[in-house]
Design a protein. Structure first.
Ligand SMILES: [Ca+2]
Ligand SMILES: [Ca+2]
Ligand SMILES: [Ca+2]
Ligand SMILES: [Ca+2]
Length: 352
């Protein structure tokens, strides 16, 4: 996952970008509907399309099918948090669950692979951070844990698979960034590390599984994007890389496991969304792809491991949520799906 410049509103999970945008996109909440074939000639067109799809399937040319599938309602009623709405696998079954942080407690709805199950209270009391609330697997057991960043320290509550365990202090002093605070596995041991982006450099504290180790400087100079700074594994080596989105292009610094390597230009031109910019693996090759959400559609640029390939339209119409647009694998096939949270319900479009 990845984050952008508004720490209190973002949640980061390893390898997958989840960005909330509460308060934005109030202009409307279009849940893009699949294009209908016209009545006249519709049957023939549908038949022709089926033939093409069948041909593609038999010849292994699956390219034409890339994109997000039609809308599916994953809740039948409103589900969002007053403080935070996040998607991360807290149960450890490989499917991202829907988490809301309210003033009184944290609620989880498990993904069944086809929808979100009924509410479960995962805390019995308030649990959120004054500087942000995050969900990432810091212990390495495959279940995302609940992390709060406060002014004085970072607190973790481990996921038991059925709830969040009691508070543990993972730092004994303040640890947050003036520009960004994120949690992603930059070392490749499957435990999410604590990353802060300050004006002068990027600092990492490795997760030991029981706490965050002392500060390490992972850059020796300033590294942040004018349009956002993200951490996601775009190279496919299981270590989250550092991505900055600037007005003119997207820059990547690969994680070496001990620091971030020199700048590489991964686009040669501007690439960011008017509503969202995210990094998540939508293609299933373990490399996070670059996704932008604009008013008219969702566009993807695949990671090649050395750069981002040309634009592909993954929807043919508007698709974004009035309360946020997220990319996380809710179906368990290792491809991140597109999730929109609106006032009335949550809609998913599977990656296929
Ligand atoms: Ca799950
Ligand atoms: Ca865990
Ligand atoms: Ca990497
Ligand atoms: Ca999926």
């Amino acid at each position: 996952m990845a984050t952008r410049g508004n720490p209190s509103r973002e949640t980061l999970t390893p390898g997958l970008a989840v960005v909330t945008s509460a308060g934005r996109g109030s202009a409307g909440s279009p849940e893009g509907r699949p294009a209908r074939t016209t009545p006249r000639g519709g049957r023939f067109a549908a038949l022709a399309a089926l033939t093409v799809m069948a041909l593609a399937a038999t010849t292994g040319v699956g390219h034409a099918a890339d994109g997000f599938a039609p809308n599916q309602s994953w809740t039948s009623n409103p589900y969002y948090g007053s403080r935070e709405t996040s998607f991360a696998d807290v149960t450890g079954d490989g499917r991202a669950d829907a988490i809301v942080v309210n003033n009184d407690r944290v609620i989880v709805r498990r993904s069944t692979g086809r929808g979100f199950a009924p509410n479960e209270s995962w805390t019995s009391n308030p649990y959120y951070g004054s500087r942000g609330t995050y969900f990432a697997d810091v212990t390495g057991d495959g279940r995302a844990d609940a992390i709060v960043v406060n002014n004085d320290r970072v607190i973790v509550r481990r996921s038991t698979g059925r709830g969040f365990a009691p508070n543990e202090s993972w730092t004994s002093n303040p640890y947050y960034g003036s520009r960004e605070t994120s949690f992603a596995d930059v070392t490749g041991d499957r435990r999410a590390d604590a990353i802060v982006v300050n004006n002068d450099k990027v600092t990492v504290r490795r997760s030991t599984g029981r706490g965050f180790a002392p500060n390490e400087s992972w850059t020796s100079n300033p590294y942040y994007g004018s349009r956002g700074t993200y951490f996601a594994d775009v190279t496919g080596d299981r270590r989250a890389d550092a991505i900055v989105v600037n007005n003119d292009k997207v820059i990547v610094r690969r994680s070496t496991g001990r620091g971030f390597a020199p700048n590489e230009s991964w686009t040669s031109n501007p690439y960011y969304g008017s509503r969202e910019t995210s990094f998540a693996d939508v293609t299933g090759d373990r490399r996070a792809d670059a996704i932008v959400v604009n008013n008219d559609k969702v566009t993807v640029r695949r990671s090649t491991g050395r750069g981002f390939a040309p634009n592909q339209s993954w929807t043919s119409n508007p698709y974004y949520g009035s309360r946020g647009t997220y990319f996380a694998d809710v179906t368990g096939d290792r491809r991140a799906d597109a999730i929109v949270v609106n006032n009335d319900k949550i809609t998913v479009r599977r990656s296929r």
